[in-house]
Design a protein around this ligand. Structure first.
Ligand SMILES: Nc1ncnc2c1ncn2[C@@H]1O[C@H](COP(=O)(O)OP(=O)(O)OP(=O)(O)O)[C@@H](O)[C@H]1O
Ligand SMILES: O=c1ccn([C@@H]2O[C@H](COP(=O)(O)O)[C@@H](O)[C@H]2O)c(=O)[nH]1
Ligand SMILES: [Mg+2]
Length: 223
């Protein structure tokens, strides 16, 4: 991926050596489609960005900004699960119970929903928001979908700020209460941080300080 982008822009080929991440994420976003078109071996290989961060770190808010600025399709794993949860079925009830407990829904359910959403879209670049939540999720995605993400964004936010944002969200989510938030923060630390560390070690992670206003964070994301 980075090699292909390197053909397109000298700025990108002068990436930071230690982690292969280019200086400007904006350039990556702008060239994402060209990188896909450059790959003549795949009939369809979308540019995939995982967007990670703790509960309330602003993933959804920033994804909406990135999606509209760079033409990405925004798939929120949480939204896909909440849609499925609203079905009056055994699976819907299972998802509801897990979300209430702040735990992680079995990988096969989430990966199946993401796969269907990708397949029913004609987009060539995706932001996958709030996934993978665990190493098990990550391995299931790579096995079932058969690709690795091109890029991983991590919105790094202090716990106190995340709790404040979640409690102020006011969208009627069943998990936006202090008991569930505490559990979600523990799950984030225990299961999601290892995924973040994994992608950091692979040189795919782009860490963004997620404090400040929405505009400031968006600016930080692009510089
Ligand atoms: N920089 C910011 N400053 C203040 N409030 C913010 C900021 N970014 C987002 N918010 C607000 O904080 C709340 C949580 O943001 P958002 O839904 O984007 O987080 P999230 O990471 O997607 O959370 P979750 O993992 O729970 O889905 C929302 O009400 C949003 O409007
Ligand atoms: O990949 C995923 C994504 C989400 N969940 C469950 O949904 C809630 C809410 O997710 P948000 O990303 O905060 O909208 C999360 O706490 C998990 O319980 C999941 O299991 N797997
Ligand atoms: Mg969200």
């Amino acid at each position: 991926m980075w090699r292909r982008l390197g053909f397109l822009s000298p700025a990108i080929s002068s990436s930071k050596r230690q982690n292969r991440i280019p200086e400007s994420l904006k350039l990556v976003m702008l060239f994402a489609t060209d990188a896909v078109k450059d790959d003549i071996t795949a009939s369809r290989r979308p540019f995939i960005t995982f967007v990670l961060g703790g509960p309330g770190s602003g993933k959804g808010t920033q994804c909406a900004r990135i999606a509209s600025a760079f033409g990405f399709a925004h798939l929120s794993a949480g939204d896909l699960l909440r849609e499925e949860m609203s079905c009056d079925s055994k699976k819907g009830k299972l998802i509801r119970d897990i979300i209430m407990e702040g735990k992680i829904v079995p990988s096969e359910i989430t990966v199946h929903l993401i796969k269907e959403a990708i397949m029913s879209s004609s987009a060539d670049r995706f932001l996958i928001d709030g996934f993978p939540r665990s190493e098990e999720n990550r391995i299931a995605f790579e096995t079932i979908i058969g690709v690795e993400p091109n890029l991983v964004l991590f919105f790094d936010c202090p716990e106190e700020e995340m709790v404040k944002r979640v409690l102020g969200r006011n969208q009627g989510r069943i998990d936006d209460n202090i008991e569930t938030i505490k559990k979600r923060l523990k799950v984030f630390e225990m299961l999601n941080l290892p995924v973040i560390n994994y992608y950091s070690a692979k040189g795919k992670l782009y860490k963004i300080n997620a404090t400040g206003t929405v505009d400031e964070i968006f600016e930080k994301t692009l510089t």
